[in-house]
Design a protein around this ligand. Structure first.
Ligand SMILES: [Mg+2]
Length: 221
């Protein structure tokens, strides 16, 4: 078995800044802070990590118990209103997922810093949700390596099987490496080819299209 664990933002879709806009709106509504999300690098980070950074920067204190979850609830409401107009599906995503998903040796999951509800909103808006049977999410851990480990466990693969993380940032690469997974990196998101290669990606593609041929070349019996 081969479990593919797909990142969402920058890998399957671009949300057009919807996440940053939603968080900025929540910080304005709850705390009266303007431009709270400016200058925070979201790429590859978990939602919980991002919200903690916003609180630290805007309010100069640690989050209080329950505060991050409350902010994320408000965030999801904003996000759901914004996604239908801002989200774009990246080229070949649906076709490549359908091709992989039709193969008997493949299991398709997600490994994303989005909380599960945010991931679902993005994948459903993109028309890609039906491809995935399991996942590791930002609500499983603020540490990306831990949520990748959750996704691997949920995939049901065993010793001798292979996990492949597909993502767009050095954080996807590092998390995969920490879990003993292979990494296919794509340059459609936050980090460029040289950065992804230096981080230790097994292979770097300009988009998802080469993934089918790579799968055949890598895992052909
Ligand atoms: Mg990403």
């Amino acid at each position: 078995m081969i479990a593919y664990l797909f990142d969402i933002d920058g890998t399957l879709v671009r949300a057009g800044g919807a996440g940053a806009r939603a968080l900025a709106a929540v910080m304005r509504e709850r705390y009266g802070v303007e431009d709270a999300a400016r200058g925070v690098a979201f790429g590859g980070r978990t939602d919980g990590w991002i919200v903690r950074q916003l609180i630290l920067r805007a309010l100069d204190r640690e989050p209080r118990p329950g505060e991050i979850d409350a902010i994320l609830d408000d965030y999801l409401a904003h996000l759901g209103r914004d996604l239908p107009t801002s989200l774009r599906v990246l080229p070949d995503a649906d076709r490549v997922l359908a091709w992989l998903g039709a193969r008997p040796e493949v299991r398709l999951g997600v490994a994303t810093g989005n909380v599960a509800a945010g991931a679902r909103a993005k994948l459903e808006t993109a028309g890609l949700a039906h491809h995935f049977g399991f996942g590791g999410y930002g609500c499983d851990s603020t540490d990306r390596a831990e949520l990748v480990a959750v996704a691997i466990t949920k995939s049901g693969i065993g010793a001798g099987d292979t996990a492949v993380v597909v993502g767009d940032t050095v954080h996807d690469v590092a998390a995969a490496r920490a879990c003993g997974a292979r990494v296919v990196a794509v340059t459609t998101g936050a980090d460029d080819r040289a950065t992804l290669e230096a981080a230790g990606a097994d292979v770097v593609f300009d988009g998802l299209a080469p993934l089918c041929a790579w799968h055949q070349a890598t895992f052909a019996a």
